[in-house]
Design a protein around this ligand. Structure first.
Ligand SMILES: C[S@@+](CC[C@H](N)C(=O)[O-])C[C@H]1O[C@@H](n2cnc3c(N)ncnc32)[C@H](O)[C@@H]1O
Length: 1009
């Protein structure tokens, strides 16, 4: 029987998913990203939507089982007494005004995500949390909603089991029976007094629960993520009740996954202790604490703990801190009133290269400790000869930093010390460290003071700790540029007292392990979280941490996917209860466990390189949903060694195989990093493609249905590799969706190859037939691309996001054939295909735009690339697309800024700086005129502006205004160019009117030429 298409192959509510995905980036409490840092986590809404849509059929497909249609009809009728999934009467914020047809497919889309009435009425001013309706599956607030998640599980269940004419009502009854068996077994087990003590009764109840879960999962799809990373995709597959599998090659990722996808769901459950047992385990003090929290009942005889796992993790983490503090707490001396600091502020100190000065200068880029509207605190330098000291100032600081344009400008003599000399001093270990300030907590927030003598003297008494001698990978100056400064071992990222604190915590954990039954899986779970806890402390307790001067918080060094060189840093006291200290780290872990403990379904995890065909038997996986590494964008293994070296010291006895290697495994990692291949980028690319091909090949063998792949890289090269691997593994692309995931449009301005959206392509085994004629295939692709551009453009997608979404469509068309040939008989390659797709997208975007070629080019380029950097070749290719301009002219007209063999689009400021009389020649292009007007507007030069408008844009329908409108749409909100463009547009009527008057006056005065 022909299989119906899956929903993901035909439709997705991408605007709704984008909206909630953007919100997801700012969610903190209990969110998976807050348990332990991992790079480039996918937002949960997109993962939940993609998993769901990969598992359910399109109800309007003629081959869709009737049972599924009936289930959609009955389950997506109402929620809380409302017709919550009724498709929109008027599709929000699109040009489409027709009502969205009320059919089953659209109801399914509205179930995944639907904009709320508030949003429909108020638009973007709606608070992020209110944009989606309360009945939407992907809404953060619904992650544990039994009814909404239950509907999704039921729909998946019916879709998966609707064979041989089975009826929806019978399938749903069967679901209820299986689900109830789990709930009953849970209740039975979790209410058993003292279930932590092994007994036949407890074992039988545990087995009953395990059986109930197994027999439920036996009837649900099997979903696999071969690149599970921080775990967002398998978490959502489990939440939806699937049998979920996740692989990752990286042991750090594996530990994070155990803490996120396995232990909370297995062990984060209630427990009831007899009073006696409780006291035996935790002591009288703990009994007092819990009785204050009303955990005692049955006349004080029983203690009920809502979440056994989070309770134990907190108990042992506090114990760990207590023991460490008893040993080294005196190295963080209290002030005269007995108050202990929460943090210290330090700087590395370089030496001025002027031989007659040689001042020891703290390498500061600025002096603010706090810089917010209602509070400003700064370090106030006191300079005496070549001696530098500081007091604390309040209010505005006028001083400029001493590190400027990558050199040190000595505040004592004014001499400049260049980067090379600063690096030399760092490499030769000549830097000293200077404590500049001490941070205390008061009831009015943080207060800053100069260090007292005892704060400074204690540093000389810090005993030397064993260092961490494992080396930081060299040759990756993009991600790990601190190695260029001689920071070449992980131990060098810690100041002496920080290293002491870290090593003491490790030692105390190893002591505590003796008191926990680490032979049991539950004991392992507790210790795993203690390892995660120590890692969280390490990421703040490093001399590469950062102090956020606006939020007054201590942050880890991995704000980007890199570890930059840092000269000044905060050192939190691990024993303080303020943010950055140990206790707050416990809180983050507890919150995650408590949020993700509701579901009974956990993920089966493997710490291995994917691509082993034997891992699953043929076609035994229902769907793969995954997010492979983005080519060369993130050096996962190299960066995560920062954490690996600590986990090796805390958990290698518990997980000996995972931590057998000195550092994370690198050779099998599926990335295109040239420093892993002796600097040869060609080899790195080939490695990535081979590895991806091997993994997709295994997946094709293992999977019976859809393979959904998320990818967030914009370069054609990265896409060529991805598509080669998909096609090489005998898969073809059947659907392609761009989903916005970033908070702001910063990505458009930032010169990086990451997309602000990720594109998800759904693939199925290819059904290839015969040879395709390039001409025919090209026509078909052009048509598809034109449709795609029109649709996505209407939905607000721009730039590379829009382009890469077209890639998916084009490859789908191409992959229908065994081979596509040109008239010469030569085979068309994927690289050629994607290049042709770019051209088609560019043409589709420029369709109907009337103007000179430079302006067309500027607008088209802005749409596709924004201000990101791209390869020189791209410009050459583009200038050929239906335009008659020479690529060299783009540089002479300063349309582009050249940077080596790359270029990026120049903005108005740059162009006006470079071309003195921009827009003034008789044959000036429209973009020159617009940029000129923007500069006059910015300079508040109204008289000249009016004269200029009178000359080039005196009519409301002048093409000049249309170009401005296009720019207004395309430019990232908030950047300078966009402000001027929108300012000009807002004043359009006045400007035209006044320019007319001013022309008349000047004509009368005979001044205007
Ligand atoms: C883009 S990340 C996945 C992020 C994940 N979706 C999340 O939300 O956190 C890609 C992951 O692939 C892993 N990886 C790289 N090569 C691998 C291989 N050969 N086998 C398995 N995993 C691999 C990396 O360690 C990384 O965690």
């Amino acid at each position: 029987m022909t299989q119906p298409k899956k929903l993901i192959e035909v439709a997705m509510p991408i605007k709704e998913i984008s909206s909630e995905s953007v919100r997801d980036k700012s969610i903190r409490h209990g969110h998976i990203s807050t348990l332990h840092l991992w790079w480039a986590r996918r937002p949960l809404p997109v993962c939940r939507a993609v998993v769901f849509a990969s598992l359910v059929p399109d109800p309007t497909d003629e081959n869709c089982p009737q049972a599924f249609r009936d289930a959609v009809g009955s389950l997506l009728k109402e929620h809380n007494g409302m017709d919550a999934y009724k498709p929109y009467d008027n599709i929000p914020y699109t040009a489409v005004v027709d009502p969205m047809e009320d059919n089953l497919r659209n109801r399914l889309l509205m179930f995944i995500g639907k904009f709320s009435e508030t949003y429909i009425q108020k638009g973007e001013s709606t608070a992020a949390k209110d944009k989606l309706s309360n009945a939407s599956l992907i809404k953060w607030d619904n992650k544990n909603d039994e009814e909404i998640i239950g509907k999704a599980r039921k729909l998946i269940w019916v879709a998966h089991n609707a064979k041989n004419g089975a009826k929806a009502v019978d399938l749903l009854t069967d679901f209820d029976k299986h689900y109830k068996a789990i709930k009953d077994a849970e209740k039975d087990l979790y209410m058993t007094i003292d279930r932590h003590i092994e007994s036949d009764d407890v074992r039988a109840k545990e087995a009953k629960l395990a059986d109930a879960i197994e027999s439920f999962l036996d009837k649900m799809p099997r979903v696999f993520d071969p690149f599970a990373g921080g775990g967002a995709i398998p978490l959502e597959a489990s939440r939806l009740g699937c049998r979920s599998f996740g692989n990752d090659i990286n042991p750090v990722a594996h530990i994070i996954q155990k803490g996120s996808l396995e232990f909370p769901q297995k062990y984060g459950k209630p427990i009831v202790y007899s009073r006696e047992e409780f006291v035996k385990r935790y002591g009288e003090d703990e009994l007092k604490r819990v009785s204050a929290e009303n955990s005692l009942y049955a006349g004080g005889d029983k203690v009920k703990i809502d979440n056994r796992l989070s309770f134990d993790v907190e108990f042992y983490a506090r114990e760990l801190l207590r023991r460490a503090e008893a040993e080294i707490g005196h190295f963080y001396p209290a002030d005269d009133k007995g108050k202990k600091p929460i943090a210290y502020y330090w700087a590395r100190v370089g030496t001025c290269s002027n031989p007659s000065c040689r001042a020891e200068v703290p390498l500061l880029k600025g002096f603010y400790l706090v810089n917010k509207s209602d509070k400003q605190v700064y370090l106030k330098p006191i300079i005496d000869g070549n001696k530098i000291d500081f007091t604390i100032g309040k209010g505005k600081s006028d001083a400029e930093g001493w590190i400027k344009s990558r050199q040190l400008v000595c505040p004592c003599c004014g001499a400049a010390t260049g980067t090379n000399e600063l690096k030399r001093q760092s490499i030769n270990d000549e830097y000293k460290m200077k404590m500049l300030a001490v941070i205390d907590e008061s009831n009015k927030g943080k207060v800053y003071r100069t260090p007292e003598t005892k704060d400074k003297e204690i540093i000389n008494q810090i005993p030397k700790s064993e260092t961490i001698s494992e080396e930081i990978v060299k040759g990756d100056s993009r991600n790990l540029w601190l190695t260029l400064w001689g920071i070449d071992t992980w131990g060098k990222m810690f100041a002496p007292r920080q290293l002491l604190a870290m090593q003491t915590l490790v030692q105390k954990l190893n002591e505590i392990k003796q008191e926990i039954n680490v032979e049991s899986d539950y004991g392992k779970a507790i210790v795993t979280y203690l390892g995660i806890f120590i890692n969280r402390i390490a990421s703040r307790e490093t001399s590469f941490g950062l102090f956020n001067t606006i939020a007054e918080t201590i942050e880890h060094p991995f704000g980007r996917q890199a570890i930059p060189m840092v000269f000044d840093f905060p050192e939190p006291s691990p024993f303080s209860d303020s943010g950055g200290g140990g206790l707050s780290q416990i809180d983050w872990i507890k919150r995650y466990i408590e949020v993700e403990c509701i579901s009974p379904f956990s993920t089966l995890l493997q710490n291995a390189s994917s691509g082993e065909k034997e891992q699953f038997s043929a076609k035994s996986i229902t769907a793969v949903v995954t997010d492979p590494p983005y080519y060369d964008a993130i050096a996962y293994a190299d960066l995560s060694d920062f954490f690996y070296v600590w986990l090796k010291r805390t958990l290698s006895d518990i997980y000996p195989i995972n931590f057998a290697t000195p550092q994370t495994p690198k050779t099998e990692e599926c990335t295109a990093l040239k420093h892993h291949h002796n600097g040869d980028f060609g080899k790195a690319k080939q490695h990535f493609e081979n590895k991806l091909l091997q993994i997709f090949d295994a997946i094709e063998h293992q999977t019976s249905d859809v393979v959904s792949i998320m990818f967030a890289h914009q370069s054609t090269e990265a896409w060529t590799t991805l598509c080669n691997s998909i096609l090489g593994a005998r898969l073809n692309i059947t659907g392609s969706w761009a989903i916005d995931t970033e908070r702001s449009s910063a990505g458009v301005k930032a010169k990086q190859a990451f997309l602000s959206s990720s594109v998800t392509v759904s693939c199925k085994p290819a059904n290839r037939s015969g040879f395709g004629d390039y001409k025919q295939v090209k026509l078909a692709i052009e048509k598809k691309v034109e449709e795609e551009v029109a649709e996505l453009y209407g939905l607000g997608f721009r730039g590379a996001d829009l382009l890469t979404a077209c890639f998916g469509k084009a490859v789908g068309e191409f992959g229908k054939y065994e081979r596509v040939e040109k008239a010469s008989g030569d085979e068309v390659t994927v690289a050629e295909l994607l290049e042709m797709t770019r051209e088609s997208a560019f043409n589709a975007l420029l369709k109907g735009f009337k103007g000179d070629d430079f302006t067309k080019f500027y607008i088209g380029w802005l749409e596709l690339y924004g201000f990101t950097e791209s390869d020189f070749d791209d410009a050459a290719k583009f200038s050929r697309v239906g335009l008659s301009i020479n690529v060299a002219d783009l540089f002479t007209h300063d349309i582009f800024i050249k940077n080596g063999n790359k270029q990026s689009l120049a903005d108005a400021v740059h162009r006006n700086e470079k071309i003195k009389r921009l827009g003034e020649s008789a044959d000036a292009s429209l973009i020159d005129q617009v940029h000129k007007a923007m500069s006059l507007y910015k300079g508040a030069n109204r008289r000249d502006l009016l004269a200029y408008i009178g000359k080039v844009a005196a009519q409301p329908d002048s093409t000049f205004w249309r170009v401005l409108t296009s720019l207004d749409e395309l430019l990232p909100k908030g950047i300078d160019d966009q402000k001027q463009v929108s300012g000009l547009l807002e004043n359009k009527d006045n400007l035209i009117r006044e320019s007319g008057q001013s022309r008349e006056t000047t004509e009368q005065q005979g001044l205007f030429s």
